[in-house]
Design a protein around this ligand. Structure first.
Ligand code: SF4
Length: 229
């Protein structure tokens, strides 16, 4: 049984084009300073657990209205029972979207090969040379590269996405990321929004400027279909 620490019954924005429910799995191997889910990453033992049965029963009752389930975190692929949980959701007739930081390319490849996932959103934290700073830990970038390649060669729907954190992704960095993602499906840029973060000082930093995001889109879209989300 997978450990679930959050459940949002309906979302119209997390699974592109679908009405979905969202399941939150705790724990993460990154410590992105701007992460807005510190409880789920650092302090999840205090959060109430939700059973798989509760989620599956709810989905069964809402079958007419819900198309799919987003599985997010934390980093969901840290949970070895994730494939079994996804199979239960698929067997119940729902689509599955996975959010990942790309640190488990082997699981990602297996989930795709076994048709357990219909859509993947993979974070690209920064250009390769800034990854450690953006993730807040030492990152073996070859693993992230492998996940990017798993998605690029897959035939499922997927997107790459970057939270544009001031000072972490400038124009030169965007060019480097866009060249890396060349040949990918879609790339979304999202603004950093000050709230509650792993690094408490982040709440003093202003939201990323919309014009800044549009400027970065112009750079990226020469290499990959890119939009602000
Ligand atoms: S933002 Fe970073 S630390 Fe937070 S859940 Fe995502 S990968 Fe983990």
């Amino acid at each position: 049984m997978v450990l679930i620490k959050g459940f949002e019954k309906t979302t119209l924005i997390d699974f592109p084009g679908k009405i979905a429910a969202t399941v939150f799995l705790p724990g993460c191997n990154f410590r992105c300073p701007y992460c807005h889910n510190p409880e789920l990453v650092l302090d999840f033992k205090k959060l109430k657990s939700i059973s798989e049965t509760f989620v599956l029963d709810y989905l069964e009752q809402r079958k007419k209205w819900v198309d799919g389930v987003c599985i997010t975190g934390g980093e969901p692929t840290l949970h070895s029972d994730l494939p079994k949980f996804m199979k239960k959701i698929k067997d119940a007739g729902f689509l599955v979207k996975l959010d990942t930081n790309g640190t488990n390319p082997d699981m990602l490849e297996k989930l795709i090969a076994k048709n357990l996932v219909d859509y993947v959103a993979m974070d690209i934290k920064a250009p390769k040379y800034k990854y450690n700073d953006a993730a807040g830990v030492a990152v073996d970038i070859s693993i992230i590269e492998k996940s990017v390649n798993v998605l690029k060669k897959s035939s499922i729907d997927y997107e790459f996405r970057t939270t544009v954190f001031p000072g972490m992704v400038d124009e030169k960095d965007m060019l480097s990321i866009a060249k890396w993602l060349l040949g990918g499906n879609a790339y979304f840029l999202q603004a950093f929004k000050p709230s509650k973060h792993i690094d408490a000082n982040m709440k003093e930093i202003p939201m990323t400027d919309k014009d800044e995001l549009e400027k970065l889109v112009k750079i990226a879209e020469k290499y990959i279909d890119c939009e602000v989300r």
